[in-house]
Design a protein around this ligand. Structure first.
Ligand code: AGP
Length: 606
């Protein structure tokens, strides 16, 4: 999504703003711009490098705001890039979100003789603030926002008040960075870490005034609100690539550490506690008595939720529904008995997932979260939850966060199963095997990386691919297809293996390979039949199966073998070659796998 960065301090602002935008690049964008009061707006379509060359290096202004844009309204051009100005050219605004009533606001402004230089909803807000400005920038911003419907994270500054920035948030994150002799604002804490680890997250409805020697936060009522900084607990070097060519590969290889961090202090707590999830303690009694659980997520998080359904129903006997965030928020939901809604989300800011949580709260349902970004909106708005502790995930394609989401869902399953009196022997066996998983995954990555890379080279030439799997691996087939299409732009579909004969098999021929997830489990024979019926249509088959499963090896064209684990844990292991495969296909095609076209890291608008 769009990225916002601002600085007010005692150093020239422009270089700091550019560095801030570069730290936000991974979110995906198509244009960028900045405003410093002494020289006005500088904008550019394309990469930030195009903006940088336009900036006068002699600029001395010590205040400024900057923006990377991911087009929602108006095509990605220089005129639609932010910052946008008011009529006088003295008030500048950057915006992340969607102003839903911008058309009616624009009509009112046009009637006042205001003119517009862009097609964007954000410019309407800039012009509106300008018409309301009478010397108090905060007052003008608050009055304008009172007329707005929609979502926003905004930063506003002015030549009249060149030593302050006004920010406000409704639905799109804004975080303050508290420095010494300087203060910062950003849409993502990762951009603040090079300067400070003391941050203040704005809540929806709040605004703030930032100056070089301090900040003031105001509630939606306008009342001043004391908010002390929190400390970010990870270092910027974690966000560096640490020697890997791409963030995506680094994050795939982070799997061991991520699984370690996700289970740390939570597993086999003592002889009585199979699993301890501190974030769920306050609502443990409610979880124990649940009749149903609804898992909500988008993209990879949704597929993690589907796998969560399989394991929760199989091992805890808890009925589970899984909903797309973009559907749950609008549909009529019928709840039966005690129901909780759990959001699975890496960023904790996905608009559709956030809206679903708010809808669940309006229905009076218990809301939980499995969230990676600490302090994110969904983490703060749910009643309780589990942090992934997977560290910052920079690549747009989710890899380590997805692995952590599966591990967290296993922990929740073990917790719920234990609370529901499920036989403990099986649960203990799974818990013990889970403790070995980090090493198993690490060894696989070390020993099989090249094998997967070679396989990817072979399959990179196809334009179409189909992923198939059964039971726990049916949703994983969909995740494998998503990973591949995201970073290689190859058309990839996914089906439960049993669905092939109901239509999809019509697609298959020698140019349409199938990736078959066929571990040795209770549906392996059915997968072997699928592989045979696919081969009969001349489609090449790459099977991912467990070591020594000769029955699969004998029918597939190509095979990637993985360690055999307990069925509840097997999807986590199978995920690793799928992620590596997508990565190497994408790089074999010379694509930017960290920042795929058209995609953003966190979809904070609908
Ligand atoms: C995953 O590779 C995608 N980048 C995307 O589907 C992502 O999982 C989805 O947008 C949900 O994001 P969240 O986990 O931050 O809510």
């Amino acid at each position: 999504m769009c990225g916002i960065f601002g600085y007010v301090g005692d150093k020239p602002a422009a270089p700091i703003l550019i560095a801030g935008l570069k730290a936000l690049e991974y979110r995906g964008y198509d244009s960028s711009g900045l405003f410093v009061p002494g020289s006005g707006v500088v904008r550019s379509a394309g990469p930030i490098a195009n903006l940088e060359v336009k900036i006068d290096p002699s600029l001395t202004d010590t205040t400024g705001i900057a923006h990377t844009r991911w087009a929602t309204h108006g095509v990605p051009t220089e005129k639609n890039a932010h910052p946008h100005l008011d009529m006088s050219g003295t008030v500048a605004l950057v915006h992340n979100g969607i102003i839903e009533n911008y058309k009616e606001l624009k009509e009112g402004l046009l009637a006042q003789g205001i003119t517009f230089a862009s097609d964007t909803d954000s410019e309407v807000l800039a012009k509106l603030i300008g018409t309301l400005y009478k010397g108090d920038l905060l007052k003008a911003v608050r009055e304008a926002l009172a007329m707005v419907r929609g979502t926003y994270g905004i930063a506003v500054t002015s030549t009249h008040n060149p030593k302050q920035i006004v920010v406000a948030r409704m639905g799109s994150p804004i975080v303050l960075g508290v420095g010494t002799g300087a203060n910062y604002i950003s849409s993502d804490p990762a951009a603040l870490v090079p300067y400070t680890k003391d941050v203040v997250y704005l809540e929806d409805g709040e605004c703030a005034v930032i100056e070089s020697d301090g900040y003031k936060v105001y509630e939606s009522s306008g009342r001043n609100r004391q908010k002390n900084p929190e400390k970010i607990d990870w270092d910027i070097e974690e966000v560096q690539k640490q020697g890997f060519e791409h963030f995506m590969l680094k994050e795939i290889f982070d799997a061991k550490e991520v699984i370690d961090n996700t289970i740390r202090g939570r597993l086999l707590h003592d002889e009585f506690r199979l699993v301890k999830l501190g974030g769920l303690e306050p609502v443990l009694d409610e979880i124990k008595s649940l009749d149903r659980l609804t898992i909500v997520g988008c993209g990879s998080a949704y597929y993690a939720g589907l796998i969560g359904k399989y394991i929760l129903e199989e091992y805890a006997g808890l009925p589970v529904d899984v909903e797309l965030g973009s559907e749950y928020r609008y549909k009529r939901t019928v709840t039966q008995g005690k129901t909780a809604v759990i959001a699975v989300t890496q960023s904790g800011e996905t608009a559709d997932t956030l809206a679903s949580i708010r809808s669940a709260k309006e229905q009076g349902l218990l809301t939980l979260g499995i969230v990676n970004v600490v302090g994110s909106t969904i983490a703060r708005e749910t009643d309780a939850g589990v942090y992934n502790h997977a560290g910052p995930e920079v690549a747009v394609a989710s890899t380590k966060a997805f692995v952590s989401q599966l591990v967290a869902l296993v922990l929740v399953t073990l917790l719920v199963a234990k609370e529901r009196g499920v036989a403990e022997a099986e649960l203990k066996k799974i818990a013990k095997e889970l403790q070995t998983l980090p090493e198993v995954v690490q060894t696989y990555l070390r020993d099989q990386k090249e094998t997967v890379a070679r396989m990817a080279e072979k399959y990179a030439r196809y334009n179409d691919t189909m992923f198939i799997g059964r039971k726990f691996h049916a949703p994983l087939a969909a995740e494998g297809a998503l990973k591949l299409k995201e970073v290689s732009y190859i058309h990839a579909e996914a089906y439960a293996g049993g669905e092939l004969k109901h239509g999809p098999i019509a697609l298959l021929d020698e140019n349409f390979p199938v990736i078959a997830l066929a571990p040795e489990d209770d549906v392996c024979e059915k997968m072997i039949s699928n592989i045979e019926e696919v081969r009969a249509r001349k489609a090449p088959v790459l099977a991912i199966t467990t070591e020594g499963n000769d029955a699969v090896v004998s029918v597939a064209d190509d095979v990637l073998e993985i360690p055999k684990l307990h069925p509840m844990l097997q999807p986590i292991m199978t995920t690793i070659p799928l992620q590596l495969f997508a990565y190497y296909v994408g790089t074999a095609k010379g694509l930017n796998v960290d920042r795929p076209r058209n995609l953003a890291k966190s979809v904070t608008v609908e």
